[in-house]
Design a protein around this ligand. Structure first.
Ligand code: 5GP
Ligand code: ZN
Length: 113
């Protein structure tokens, strides 16, 4: 499958990984939009939020648990952060492998454009 995030998972494309276990990987975004900007993804290919189902939903909980832990470890839990998932064209999804952006380190605007 021609998916850049699957290639990051299997090491075909290098990335700056900040966490990895059997199910998920977190790595810095190539084009950071805030001082801290990383992505957390399931290792298994799930195309988008539309493809989260009863069979694979557990990994989404694992991703949110890890984000909560990383926020504390990296020290931005108190100042705050934003978790973003973009789905399909209107959501601005450019990579069709489920991923959650974690943005921190500056005050973020709301609403998004
Ligand atoms: P989306 O727009 O799909 O929500 O987000 C995709 C994100 O993946 C973008 O923020 C983009 O900068 C990031 N990205 C795209 N290609 C690569 C890559 O090869 N390596 C890394 N680390 N990030 C990437
Ligand atoms: Zn993939």
């Amino acid at each position: 499958m021609d998916c850049i995030f699957c290639k990051i998972v299997n090491g075909e494309i290098p990335s700056n990984k900040i966490y990895e276990d059997d199910d998920i990987v977190a790595f810095n975004d190539l084009s950071p939009q805030s001082p801290i900007h990383f992505l957390v993804i399931p290792k298994r290919h799930i195309e988008s939020c539309n493809f989260v189902d009863k069979e694979n939903a557990e990994v989404v909980g694992k991703i949110f648990l890890k984000i909560s832990e990383l926020a504390k470890e990296m020290g931005f839990d108190k100042s705050g952060y934003r978790i973003v998932n973009n789905c399909n064209d209107d959501g601005g999804q450019t990579v069709k492998h489920l991923h959650f952006h974690v943005l921190a380190g500056r005050s973020l605007n709301w609403p998004p454009g």
